[in-house]
Design a protein around this ligand. Structure first.
Ligand code: NAD
Length: 495
């Protein structure tokens, strides 16, 4: 399997791997993921059912390349069945008092908490992300999202959308592979709280936690047909988003696919929200506390292997502190532990798929070919699986592909600036507009800069902070509509 086998030089003073201390392996047990079936069908009308077609896809553990399970490639007929089940369930579900719907969401949230270890391990196995992240971030976020929207279900009259706001109807929801269960929660929790029913399609490389979530819906006694899960690749997604009987499409994924869905739905009455790609700037001013900013930059780009739509993939550092900052950054990068996602010490796990690894490799090769200087800490990579070293490019110009295109991997492109105005101009010089970060000690500079950045979310002296009460979404080619918070209700209300 193609891997990032480039030789790396390590010119900076290297800290011992793992800092002053070395870490003994601390593996989580894969058995904690519970039983994984050899093959899965869909979840339609409250039942696990076979596909009408015979095509099956495989999901693999990206850290070992072992096949975990087969699952159905959803056909047009499967999508019809799922939409019909959601339509049938809609009348009763939307007629329930909000306080009754809330009980189901609270129940789901509590079951997610009770089964959190199982879900975290299953997510790490299917996605490749470190257990530390699934355990401490993804799964707690999933529970928090259901708790939060459970709280809204009986207060919709006070959400600012007029008295007695009505649900839209049947929601078609298509999600990517980078935060499989969390993206599911971002979509399903507000839809259900507002009285909609849903058909959700997980990504083709990470279907397992969505299918496990279907079990949780049954365990919570959720009425049949309120949540339906149909698996498959982009063909199934396209059949779902184009279905004539869905009232709302919510899509998270790449900008080209988002664009094609927007074209498909133009001129129809179907409501659409799009959460797409990003190329965020993380701006470090010369007065920023260096160590704190280094932690933020590392978190901004290496969290979740850089498979993060709002990742801080462009570092803009003020020229006067460039040398000192990059020295500290390289030292910190040298302590990142890459390897087994189930080891509790791992910082960077496996790349989600061989296709994604190829894309990262192609773009980083282009970075070198275009003249940028590449650096990675020396670190051993496992022999099987899909891996990529944390990588930093200096000497990057704004015209380079690595400065313009979303790499969606652990790769940071470094650019410099001299004045705040130049920083803002460079930060905004992208077709995307999802997020940005600012590092400075001056509050006035934070406000000056933030008000000029064209990004849906701007973090100051922190990065990648999420809260269910806080809306998230993009500008420009990063999409439209907001998820999270009171604003997130609007996508599922007929307003
Ligand atoms: P992708 O667009 O290829 O796939 C996303 C989902 O869409 C998958 O479930 C896929 O099967 C489905 N799909 C593919 N073609 C389709 C079609 N024609 N019609 C309907 N559905 C289709 O993207 P990806 O590679 O899985 O995910 C990575 C992208 O997602 C990145 O660009 C990233 O920035 C973006 N993303 C954005 C956010 C956000 O909130 N803005 C969050 C996570 C990921």
């Amino acid at each position: 399997m193609a891997k990032n086998t480039k030789k790396t030089d390590a010119p900076v003073a290297q800290a011992p791997r793992g800092g002053l201390f070395t870490y003994a392996p601390a593996p989580e047990s894969p058995a904690a993921a519970g039983d994984i079936a050899t093959s899965y069908g869909h979840f339609i009308g409250g039942e696990f059912v076979d596909s009408s077609g015979s095509e099956a896809l495989k999901t693999v553990n990206p850290a070992t390349e072992q096949v975990l399970a087969e699952f159905a490639q959803g056909t047009g007929e499967d999508v019809d069945r799922a939409v019909a089940a959601a339509r049938k369930a809609f009348a009763d579900w939307s007629a329930l008092p909000g306080s009754e719907r809330a009980k189901y969401l609270f129940r789901i949230a509590r079951i997610v908490q009770e089964r959190s270890r199982e879900l975290a391990v299953l997510e790490s196995i299917d996605n490749g992300k470190p257990i530390r992240e699934t355990r401490d971030f993804d799964v707690p976020m999933v529970a928090a999202w259901f708790f939060y929207y459970a709280g809204w279900a009986d207060k919709l009259d006070y959400a600012g959308y007029g008295p007695n706001p009505r649900p839209v109807g049947v929601a078609a929801q298509v999600i990517p592979w980078n935060f499989p269960l969390m993206m599911l929660a971002w979509k399903i929790a507000p839809a259900l709280a507002t009285g909609n029913t849903v058909v959700l399609k997980p990504a083709e490389t990470t279907p397992l936690t969505a299918l496990r979530f279907a079990e949780i819906c049954r365990q919570a006694g959720l009425p049949k047909g309120v949540v339906n899960i149909v698996t498959g690749d982009g063909r199934t997604g396209a059949a779902l988003t184009a279905h004539p009987d869905v009232d709302k499409v919510a899509f998270t994924g790449s900008t080209p696919v988002g664009r094609s869905i927007a074209r498909q739905l133009a001129g129809t009455r179907t409501k659409l929200s799009l959460e797409l790609g990003g190329k965020a700037a993380n701006i470090v001013f010369d007065d920023a506390p260096i160590d704190q900013a280094v932690e933020g930059i590392v978190n901004g780009i290496f969290f979740n292997q850089g498979h993060v739509c709002c990742a801080g993939s462009r570092l803009l550092v003020q020229e006067s502190v460039q040398d000192e900052f990059l020295e500290a950054l390289k030292r910190r990068m040298s302590t990142l532990r890459v390897g087994d996602p189930l080891d509790k010490n791992t910082d960077i796990g496996a790349i989600n798929s061989s296709a994604q690894l190829s894309r990262i490799t192609e773009l980083t090769d282009a970075g070198e070919a275009e003249g940028a200087e590449r650096w990675s800490p020396s670190c051993d990579l496992p022999g099987t699986g899909y891996w990529f070293r944390p990588t930093l490019f200096t000497g990057v110009s704004q015209a380079h592909r690595i400065a313009r295109e979303e790499i969606f991997g652990p790769v940071l492109s470094v650019l410099t600036f001299r004045t705040p105005a130049e920083a803002v101009e460079k930060a905004n010089n992208t077709p995307y507009g999802l997020s940005a970060g600012i590092w400075t000690e001056k509050g006035s500079r934070i406000l000056w800069t933030a008000s000029r950045l064209k990004a849906g979310v701007v973090w100051a002296n922190t990065f990648n902070k999420f809260d269910p009460a806080s809306p998230f979404g993009g500008y420009k080619e990063s999409g439209y509509g907001r998820e999270g918070g009171r604003h997130g209700l609007e996508a599922y209300l007929d307003v």
